[in-house]
Design a protein around this ligand. Structure first.
Ligand code: LMR
Length: 398
């Protein structure tokens, strides 16, 4: 008898799988606009200088490699709470919010999913359509009922009315996943007015928001991008937030993130945190230390923090310039208006509106790699390659 004979093959990851295909492509003109990593003008994903400096200090002064606790690095947790919720947020002094360190934002989502499944049985989770494909698989794997609310229509435009309409019919108590900024995959963000309206529905329907905050600093700025998270934390007694340091600290492979809980009172926060520590122990025991130590060092040091803030801002501005540059490069092809939405979108990604077959042609004929949904990683472009890209897009749009 074979134990493994009945095991099927699953398709490769829709995003990470593109990396392998791109690496195997021998065309020197190839362009990787798949996985969400920031690249500089040389096509390299840089390690921020602030990170390098913090790492140097750690090499010299890190006292031990012993385990960190179930909630991770306490200094990291404190600093991250201040970054996400605001340095002088009264919730922090009152002990109404806590961070549990996780392996990246993905780990935080998994921890949140397991927590909901274990402690809030029967609750469904509502995801935007479309959303990051891994949201779908994580929560399904946790055994949650996964449902969808509309977000972007067939015309590739944000449809807030349809979203609100659907949320109004979500069963009371269900969880609604919202993207704090830089919506993945579309790049279409809610306005402050839209967020206020979502908040009203969340209150009226007694929904539990889970806000995914993976791109702080890449939309309108580090503080500006936290606006909705802080509004919800101020207005709602209970809230879950997943935070990632992958993009804004350039710490992708160090797997650095956290699940933040805002609870109604201190005792309840401790109860919830005990459950999270239990779940985390059974998932990864204790989280990886290095990335969190780097983040804590940067945020806890005025000079490093200033340097890092400038570096995040430089990445943000460069992405915004690339958006404008691409639309300008499309103009001679008569496509500026058709792709004008690229400049209205925020963050790393653009839902271009290109079809799966156009994406396939881009890959086969031009070695340009996008996710099959038509999502392009704008942060993977370079100024020098915009004409090539615009030309390729024009050809597949003919
Ligand atoms: C992406 O969407 O490309 C990023 O969030 C990276 C990932 O893990 O998929």
């Amino acid at each position: 008898m074979s134990h493994f004979a009945a095991i099927d093959r699953v398709p490769g990851d829709p995003i990470l799988g593109l990396l392998d295909a791109y690496r195997a492509d021998s065309n020197p003109a190839k362009l990787d606009l798949g996985v969400g990593v920031y690249k500089d003008a040389l096509g390299i994903t840089p390690i921020p200088y602030a990170v390098k400096l913090a790492e140097r200090q750690l090499v010299e002064h890190e006292p031990t490699k012993s385990y960190i606790g179930g909630h991770g690095d306490a200094a990291f947790g404190e600093q991250l709470l201040r970054l996400v919720l605001g340095a002088d947020n009264a919730l922090l002094g009152a002990g109404l919010a806590g961070a549990t360190q996780t392996p990246g934002g993905t780990g935080a989502l998994r921890l949140a999913g397991d927590f909901i499944a274990a402690q809030l049985p029967g609750r469904g989770i509502w995801l935007s359509a479309p959303t990051w494909p891994i949201h779908e698989s994580i929560f399904a794997t946790c055994g949650l009922r996964v449902e969808h609310y509309p977000y972007v229509g067939a015309d590739n435009r944000l449809d807030v009315e349809a979203m609100l309409d659907a949320l109004q019919r979500v069963p009371a108590g269900d969880v609604v996943l919202l993207h704090a900024c830089c919506h993945n995959p579309t790049g279409f963000d809610l306005s402050q007015h839209d967020w206020q309206r979502v908040l009203e529905v969340v209150k009226a329907r007694e929904l539990l928001p889970l806000i995914d905050f993976a791109y702080q600093g890449f939309g309108d700025g580090l503080e500006q991008d936290a606006w909705a998270v802080r509004l919800f934390a101020a207005e709602l007694p209970e809230l879950l937030i997943t935070s990632s340091c992958s993009k804004n600290f350039g710490l992708y492979r160090e797997r650095t993130g956290a699940l933040i809980v805002r609870a109604e009172n201190f005792e309840k926060l401790i109860d919830i945190r005990s459950q999270l520590a239990f779940l985390a122990r059974n998932l990864w025991s204790t989280p990886p230390a290095h990335g969190a130590a780097v983040v804590a060092s940067i945020l806890g040091d005025a000079q490093l923090r200033t340097l890092w803030t400038e570096e995040v801002e430089a990445m943000r501005l460069r992405i915004a310039n690339l958006r404008n540059g691409l639309v300008s490069a499309l103009a001679p092809h008569g496509l500026a208006e058709r792709f004008a939405h690229i400049t209205a979108q925020r963050g790393m990604f653009s839902y271009t509106g290109l079809t799966a077959s156009q994406v396939q042609r881009l890959r086969q004929e031009f070695s340009v790699y996008l996710v099959s949904s038509g999502r392009a990683n704008v942060a993977g472009m370079s100024e020098q390659r915009l004409d090539y890209l615009a030309d390729a897009i024009a050809q597949v749009c003919r």
